[in-house]
Write a protein that binds this ligand. Structure first.
Ligand code: CA2
Length: 146
């Protein structure tokens, strides 16, 4: 049976590759999705890749992952730093989840140093650009295989 993984992207990540290349790189979200699709295929994972600018969509998708016993890779965008709702959804469902950030949030403004997601994540990858998503897929595959 293929193991399921949802790769979720939060607000403004649809703008990737169009602005701020010095911070976020030149890859578009479609480029990141393609790289994730290839990686997931090589790991035998059935992957769905989604983006929303709405907190409730991300909460609903974490609930869906819980029902499907799927793993989650998530870049929560700015909701990382604000969302108790995401924290509660992850904790409440118990989904295995890797938090990813393209940029090194710890080398940026202090308001990006705190994450409501990290305490309930299985692991966190920051600062490695799109490669972080691929490392997160490796990690979630290993966790789902345990
Ligand atoms: O480094 C990351 O991946 C972030 O999750 C990106 C978020 C930011 O709020 C987090 O602190 C760190 C922002 C995503 C917005 O992405 C843009 C990309 C291009 C142009 C404008 C925004």
């Amino acid at each position: 049976m293929a193991r399921d993984v949802l790769v979720l992207n939060g607000p403004n990540l649809n703008l990737l590759g169009t602005r701020e290349p010095g911070v976020y790189g030149a890859a578009t979200l479609a480029d990141v999705e393609l790289a994730c699709r290839e990686k997931a295929g090589s790991l035998g994972l059935a992957m769905e890749f989604r983006q929303s600018n709405h907190e409730g969509d991300l909460v609903d998708w974490i609930h869906e992952a819980g029902r499907r016993k799927a793993g989650v890779v998530i870049n929560p965008g700015a909701y990382t730093h604000t969302s108790i709702a995401l924290h509660d959804a992850i904790k409440g469902t118990g989904v295995p989840l890797i938090e990813v950030h393209l940029s090194n949030v710890h080398a940026r403004e202090s308001f990006r140093h705190h994450s409501f997601v990290s305490p309930v994540a299985s692991g966190v990858i920051v600062g490695l650009g799109p490669r972080g998503y691929l490392l997160a897929l490796d990690a979630i595959a290993a966790i789902l295989a345990d």
